[in-house]
Design a binder for this molecule. Structure first.
Ligand code: ZN
Ligand code: FE
Ligand code: FE
Ligand code: ZN
Length: 264
């Protein structure tokens, strides 16, 4: 009864495979439901890893085509939206542009010029204390949670992607964010994408997930696939992890409503 709600399309410029290829891969993997969530357009050409400002209709049409081709398979419509302070109004605008099943909130930018997961900026990690970079990331993530603009929040500790980690117990970074998530009733993503990156670890870490479970924060398990072969990537590991931590439910999404379902 598994789902995967974080799938990209070639429109973002760094994913391969047509939506129909992701659907076929999902059926092959035994998923009961999937959803596409490509990177949101910005008001202007913002960077080189998202659809152009005028391509949203094209994205919507490509998902509609897949839904028409597979009428008996549940294909949800989502969008992975960057949370960047000062662009909250743009997210509200996007929310009105389609009948979304969910909007994903994501922090990639920790300053207006630094998308922290972009290998192009790896040198910056040597120019500033890792503690400061982590703090900037988690402060922005906490602001994103408090904005209540999104249905669930992506890859919670993405900042670890390249393996840079501050010394010692990291709960000092997690705590304010998790408290905000509990208070806001936010849903957090458990993403197997981290297993494909230098850090070789699920987002978020086990410690983080234990603390999330203590606060009864609901979760959704996704692959963040940028290729059909990544759909449901290493889901057995993710389901084992969340079960070990104590989770018995994951969330489903439809028309911007979240519903819990039992993990088999
Ligand atoms: Zn991407
Ligand atoms: Fe992302
Ligand atoms: Fe993504
Ligand atoms: Zn992502």
């Amino acid at each position: 009864m598994r789902t995967d709600y974080h799938l990209h399309t070639p429109l973002c410029g760094h994913a391969t495979g047509a939506p129909r290829d992701y659907v076929l891969a999902a059926q092959q993997a035994g998923l009961v439901e999937i959803g596409f969530s490509d990177h949101n357009p910005m008001p202007t050409q913002f960077d080189d890893w998202r659809m152009a400002p005028d391509q949203l209709p094209h994205y919507l049409e490509s998902i509609r085509d897949a839904q028409r081709e597979f009428p008996d398979y549940r294909i949800r419509l989502g969008l992975e939206c960057d949370f960047i302070p000062a662009f909250e109004g743009h997210v509200r605008y996007l929310a009105d542009q389609a009948d979304w099943d969910y909007l994903i909130g994501a922090v990639h930018y920790i300053t207006p010029e630094w998308d922290v997961d972009n290998p192009k900026h790896l040198k910056r990690w040597t120019e500033q204390p890792v503690d400061e970079i982590w703090q900037a990331y988690f402060d922005t993530y906490t602001r994103m949670i408090k904005s209540c603009l999104f249905d669930f929040l992506a890859h919670p500790d993405l900042v670890k992607k390249f393996g840079h980690r501050p010394e010692g117990d990291l709960s000092r970074f997690y705590r304010p964010m998790l408290d905000a998530a509990a208070e806001a009733g936010a849903v957090l993503e458990v993403s197997t994408a981290g297993l494909r990156k230098d850090v070789k670890e699920i987002y978020p870490s086990r410690d983080f997930l234990v603390a999330a479970h203590q606060r009864h924060i609901p979760i959704v398990i996704n692959s963040d696939a940028h290729a059909p072969g990544e759909v449901a990537y290493e889901f057995d590991l993710a389901y084992d992890l969340v079960r070990e931590v104590g989770y018995t439910e994951v969330m489903r999404f439809e028309k911007r409503k979240a519903v819990p379902v039992k993990i088999a």
